[in-house]
Design a protein around this ligand. Structure first.
Ligand code: NAG
Ligand code: NAG
Ligand code: NAG
Length: 437
């Protein structure tokens, strides 16, 4: 129940009231009184499920950049970070919008120093973290770092429980712009994960009061995924599913989860489908599957963090990751809502099927005269796609639309009432913009 529903319910109650027949009066009267009796409760719950996200002034749009984990795990060092930033510049990733370069786990030591501060592993970062962030900033990037809300990170390095403000202050002093906070080694402590992640939120606000600097705050609550209910009020992005893997099966599971929680995304508050695996799959991820993976992440407005050795990417993979027409939807500064399914295709609408998620998705782009459509072919053979405009809440069934294919970069002409397109390859994707004419 939320405020909008409450308003609709009142309107419909009033409408039914007008249609009352004498015989039903006692029942309706009872329901009416019951409803108003419950109103304070609805109002209270809508505070928690509030449509309002925490606007901390950063990450209005999904962050784009690079993160070390998927490809390098603990094998990180300052040379890798510098080389990656240079490659992002040379290969056009920065120009395409990928402007964060983020460390993940394993950058620091198991113990704090005598003042209780985190210590960088100087065998990996001999020049120190300030030198690293200065360098990244000098190339035009922003810098990200990682911690954990428990007593140790997943890799076993010092965790932040009880030290959130000290650590937030260190991150700001070291020149970082972005913090990812993980969820390992906290299960035995009092309080909920939501409370521990709120301690980071509070710490970031205190440090901002002292220094003027606010970090992008992304969190990974993997001990039971439910953070979309509360994380929009305290963070910029929250993970929605178990760790991604470079295979089609896991990518489908994540897309299936995303199909049910698009309504929680807001400006400054993003569903995080996890870092990208484009480039990491080898035989396990075809080019079609990489294109589908990237398109689904971008159009559901997930953060887009490259997770591979950029120097090993093929020309085709770079084209996938830098498609400006797809990135424009991810970075839409007018419409925060992601594309959501309007027609499941093979399965019945609403089906929760991690091995065959929803196929037809839509959402507005820039304004309500422009609609983004995504179609995913989970079949193991090529198929045609076909839908009627009245199926999508984002299309006007009485209007004519000029349609553009965002992967072929081609205008397809004008369409009315329904749209048909032939020959979507196995595990491939189509993405279109429909402009009302
Ligand atoms: C830095 O990390 C990369 C990636 O793991 C590795 O290939 C390289 O040898 C490392 N360099 C140093 C100096 O440790
Ligand atoms: C809606 O947005 C599209 C895409 O940016 C633009 O081409 C069009 O002019 C806009 N239409 C209106 C009515 O604002
Ligand atoms: C697509 O669907 C429309 C409306 O249901 C139908 O009239 C049309 O014949 C279909 N086209 C193809 C090629 O299947």
């Amino acid at each position: 129940m939320n405020a909008r529903c409450a308003a609709l319910c009142i309107a419909s109650a009033v409408r039914s009231w007008a249609r009352i027949r004498d015989s039903r009066l006692p029942l309706l009267l009872f329901l009416f009184l019951f409803y108003f009796h419950m109103l304070p409760l609805f109002a209270l719950s809508s505070l928690f499920l509030s449509a309002r996200a925490w606007n901390n002034g950063v990450a209005k749009l999904p962050p784009m950049g690079f993160n070390t984990w998927n490809r390098f795990q603990c094998g990180i060092n300052e040379t890798l970070m510098r080389d990656t930033a240079q490659a992002m510049l040379d290969l056009g990733f920065l120009a395409a919008g990928y402007n964060y370069v983020n460390l993940d786990d394993c950058w620091h030591l198991q113990d704090r120093d005598a003042d209780g501060k985190l210590q960088v592993d100087s065998s990996k970062f001999p020049s120190g973290l300030n030198a690293l962030t200065d360098y990244l900033h000098s190339l035009g990037f922003l810098a990200g770092i990682y911690e954990d809300e428990g007593t140790a990170t997943c890799g076993g390095f010092a965790g932040s429980l009880g030290h959130e403000e000290t650590d937030a202050r260190s991150f700001v002093d070291w020149g970082f712009d972005f913090a990812k906070i993980d969820n390992c080694n906290s299960g035995d402590y009092p309080g909920t994960d939501a409370q521990r992640f709120s301690q980071w939120h509070d710490a970031l606000k205190k440090v901002q009061a002292d220094t003027g600097k606010m970090l992008v705050y992304t969190l990974v609550k993997w001990q039971g995924f439910d953070s979309w209910y509360w994380a929009p009020q305290i963070s910029n992005a929250w993970r929605i599913f178990d760790d991604i893997q470079p295979n089609w099966g896991r990518i489908k599971e994540i897309i299936n989860k995303a199909s049910f929680i698009g309504q929680y995304a807001r400006f400054y508050a993003h569903n995080d489908l996890d870092m990208l695996e484009v480039g990491n799959g080898g035989e396990d991820l075809s080019l079609n599957e990489e294109r589908s993976h990237f398109t689904a992440w971008a159009m559901t407005k997930s953060p887009l963090l490259l997770g591979t050795d950029l120097s090993a990417l093929s020309k085709e993979q770079i084209e996938i990751l830098t498609n400006p027409e797809i990135i424009a939807i991810n970075q839409d500064d007018q419409i925060a809502a992601p594309v959501q399914p309007f027609f499941w295709g093979k399965n019945l609408d609403g089906t929760d099927d991690p091995s065959f998620p929803a196929q037809y998705w839509s959402g507005y782009f820039q304004n309500t005269s422009t609609t983004a459509i995504m179609y995913l072919n989970f079949n193991d053979n090529p198929v045609d796609l076909n839908f009627t405009f009245d199926q999508s809440p984002h299309l006007d069934p009485d209007a004519k639309y000029a349609v553009r294919d965002l992967w072929k970069h081609r205008d397809l002409g004008e369409f009315a009432q329904f749209f048909f397109d032939a020959g979507v390859d196995t595990h491939d994707v189509r993405a279109y913009l429909f402009r009302k004419v």
